[in-house]
Design a protein around this ligand. Structure first.
Ligand code: ADP
Ligand code: MG
Length: 770
């Protein structure tokens, strides 16, 4: 029996009868074909002519008419039984109308040995084969399940020694590797034919027998007698073993309800039977249709229990039991139709091979022991007797770790290979070191990239501001001409709006608005013309501040350059870019300051003119209280209209210029802020660079000192320390961390703009005009 696809084998067995209707049932001499000739509708038999007669042909594996029980077994079942002994699942199933001979075929007569059916013959064959096949150790178990009105019944539960049935009843279960099984169904080991037959007869006694119109002893239930076979090779000490199930199924009658005249309990039984058989038919149809991937097995207990006994890897045989009489022709036809559907089901018989894990482990353990023995023998021969092949102890692993660290430091020239386990442990240590190194480099890269990002952003932003300021400087050239038209007077407003928007955007990007900038913008946007003090002053020295110069770090033996020298180098080297930006920003700041000074003077000049004109008008008013006599009339002298007009124009001019001044003032503050930021960055980067380049941190010095004294303590330190490369990177990170800490603690609480404002020179105050 090869694991190749094959059809379900179908046999037709005709119950012997004296009134066999040869007109309706025609068995062809090939022994494989049954032709059924029948009237489509029997009620029309007398009304219509013979042209209504219809014929159907059924070709099966064999038509069993007047054949002995022995021949039936040999042709139907023997192949399946032998397959089961080889590890293939097998199912032999009888289907047909009540009384058609299903039970006779399956169980046969319990009184006549000659007329015994398939089950006792199969049991005999199985147990005889078990005796014969001495190279295998077989275990055979039997179970007998009845499905009555959708209830599972254990027909062997009455036997002594059978475990009490589970209170939850029996359940059809499925498990991976085990397939379908009935939880709670008792399995009985058998060692002889007699033992097996005892069980069969016990089960038969327990079958529920109901009286029936057609057959007083007809079974009203489906019965599944299963032989469970397991075999292990006695010759090969193999963990593999094979199992199989031989299902011998006696289905309940497939008759129609109306025909049997069933009532009450009988009717109920018939409903269940028909239901389960129609679901069986559906499952068969689905199995026969290769495009279907879902088979409705779970709809009834019968189909669920037979799930892996119909198609799949099973050798399946169906016996369709039919009557030979004309009266049963409709049922016969329906049975044969079912049989022809069953014939379309393909199965792929395959041996159920399993591996016993416990035996497998034992086998492997034995193999390992053997190999170890061989290896130790080999080591003795090549004089390598100290080697063991057990897993490394903690102490050995620690030793390997220390060796790897020393190797990486350079204090160990090479690591001697002693065993495969040791080589693996060495690699593991290297991997660990690389991972730790990676972590540190990643952290460094993150830090650096955030600095670079900030620097890029700063550069881009500075360039924007410079462009903006330059644009405004050009505009400011026209502001200088105060007599310009209102177009010019309006222009700065729009520029200011744009600049402010830009600054707001910038503030948003930075997360918070600079307090200094906010303060300046706010003060500049006050609507009243308050006296304004504009920051002006010299830029602070570009040299590091005294605080940073005074801070002395312990120098390594080769004395580093002084900070002043180093700063000069830094400005042209690594810090050149930020230094350049700082210079450019300072230049712009100076330009803006000078413009601001000029504008302040102009505004104040206008203010003085306003004051002057106002005073003249006041004088006119004072004099206006006196009445001058012109001739006979007394004329009150009005203040000079031209003076008033002039005063209005001056005030308007003042406001225009003041607005421009306010913008420039805001720009100066903003520029100052940028210059300060640049300076702080230049200094902090310089500090960072200086420490990184020239200073050895205190902790590292301590460690170096300690290292020379106590070698043991090396092992307690992080494993990366002894690496020649990583000690320098560790210093780098220590230094950077400390610098960052120092820098944050050194940062002035107020912004540089504020600091400069207080320190810088002031512009002359702008006088207030109401
Ligand atoms: P079913 O199980 O299909 O309802 P049975 O197997 O109980 O029908 O058969 C009904 C009766 O017919 C039984 O008495 C049985 O002995 C008899 N019978 C059926 N088939 C045969 C046969 N091939 N040879 C002799 N007797 C048969
Ligand atoms: Mg029966």
């Amino acid at each position: 029996m090869k694991a190749q696809s094959r059809e379900v084998q179908v046999f037709v067995r005709i119950r012997p009868t004296a009134s066999f209707d040869t007109d309706l049932i025609e068995c062809l001499p090939d022994g494989q074909t049954v032709n059924i000739h029948h009237w489509r509708d029997s009620r029309q038999l007398h009304e219509r002519r013979r042209s209504q007669l219809s014929s159907q042909s059924f070709r099966v594996e064999g038509v069993l008419q007047d054949v002995s029980q022995e021949e039936v077994y040999t042709r139907v079942c023997r192949r399946v039984v032998l397959g089961a002994l080889d590890g293939y699942n097998g199912t032999v199933m009888c289907f047909g109308q009540t009384g058609s001979g299903k039970t006779y075929t399956m169980t046969g007569s319990t009184e006549s040995y000659k007329q015994r059916g398939i089950i006792p013959r199969a049991l005999q064959e199985v147990l005889q084969e078990v005796e014969k096949r001495t190279e295998y150790a077989f275990s055979v178990h039997l179970s007998y399940l009845e499905i009555y009105n959708e209830t599972l019944v254990d027909l062997l539960s009455s036997l002594r020694g059978t475990p009490q049935p589970s209170p939850r009843g029996m359940v059809v279960m499925e498990e991976l590797g085990r397939g379908v099984f009935i939880r709670g169904l008792s399995l009985h080991p058998v060692h002889s034919e007699e033992e097996a037959l005892n069980l069969l007869f016990e089960g038969e006694m327990n079958r529920i027998i109901g009286s029936h119109a057609l057959n007083k002893n007809s079974s009203r239930s489906h019965c599944i007698f299963t032989v469970h076979i397991e075999s292990r090779s006695r010759t090969l000490s193999d963990a593999k073993f094979v199992t199989s199930k031989l299902n011998l199924v006696d289905l309940a009658g497939s008759e129609r309800l109306g025909k049997t005249g069933s009532e009450g309990q009988m009717l109920k039984e018939a409903v269940y039977i028909n239901k389960s058989l129609s679901f069986l038919e559906q499952a068969i149809l689905a199995l026969a249709d290769r495009r279907r991937d879902h088979i409705p097995f779970r709809q009834t207990k019968l189909t669920h229990a037979l799930k892996d006994s119909l198609g799949g890897n099973c050798n399946t045989v169906l016996v369709a039991n039919i009557y030979g009489e004309a009266a049963q022709i409709e049922e016969t036809l329906s049975t044969l139709r079912f049989a022809s559907r069953m014939k379309c089901v393909q199965t792929q018989p395959a041996v159920n091979e399993h591996v016993d894990p416990a035996v497998q482990i034992k086998k492997l353990q034995k193999e390992v022991d053997l190999l170890k023995e061989e290896l130790s023998m080999y080591n003795t021969l090549v004089d390598k007797q100290r080697i063991t092949y057990e897993p490394l102890s903690e102490a050995q692993t620690a030793e390997i770790k220390s060796q790897v660290q020393m190797y990486l430091q350079g204090s160990l020239q090479e690591i001697n290979i002693t065993s495969v386990r040791q080589v693996q442990a060495v690699f593991a240590q290297f991997k660990l070191s690389v991972q730790e190194q990676e972590q540190r480099v990643k952290a460094q890269l993150c830090q650096t990239s955030s600095l670079v990002e900030r620097s890029k952003y700063q550069n881009a932003h500075t360039a924007t501001v410079k462009r903006d300021i330059r644009g405004r400087t050009e505009d400011a050239g026209s502001f200088g001409v105060f007599a310009e038209s209102s177009r010019n007077a309006h222009h700065p407003g729009s520029t200011r709006a744009k600049t402010k928007k830009g600054r707001d955007k910038q503030s948003k990007r930075q997360g918070t608005e600079s307090p200094a900038l906010r303060k300046n913008v706010e003060s500049a946007s006050k609507s009243t013309l308050n006296s304004v003090q504009t920051p002006e002053g010299e830029l602070e020295s570009e040299e590091p501040d005294t605080e940073s110069q005074d801070r002395q770090e312990p120098f390594p033996p080769d004395t580093p350059p002084t900070k002043a020298e180093a700063f000069e180098d830094f400005k042209v080297g690594q810090g050149s870019e930020i230094n350049c930006i700082l210079k450019e920003n300072k230049t712009v700041l100076l330009e803006r300051r000078s413009l601001l000074r000029q504008l302040t003077e102009e505004v104040n000049a206008v203010k003085r003119e306003i004051d002057c004109t106002a005073a003249t008008i006041q004088q006119h008013k004072m004099r206006g209280g006196q009445y001058l006599a012109v001739g006979d009339e007394t004329v009150q002298q009005e203040p000079d209209d031209t003076l008033l007009m002039q005063l209005r124009e001056l005030k308007s001019l003042y406001r225009q210029r003041y607005e421009v001044l306010r913008d420039i003032k805001a720009e100066v503050s903003y520029c100052q802020h940028l210059v300060d930021q640049c300076r702080v960055r230049l200094l902090s980067e310089f500090e960072n660079w200086y420490e990184k380049s020239f200073l050895v941190p205190d902790e590292e010095l301590d460690i170096m000192m300690e290292k020379t004294h106590t070698h043991e303590e090396d092992n307690q330190r992080p494993s990366y320390e002894p690496l020649a490369d990583s000690s320098s990177s560790e210093s780098f990170y220590n230094a950077r961390d400390r610098t960052l800490k120092r820098r944050s603690s050194r940062m002035p609480p107020s912004t540089p703009v504020q600091r400069n404002t207080s320190a810088g020179q002031r512009l002359p105050p702008i006088q207030h005009v109401t």
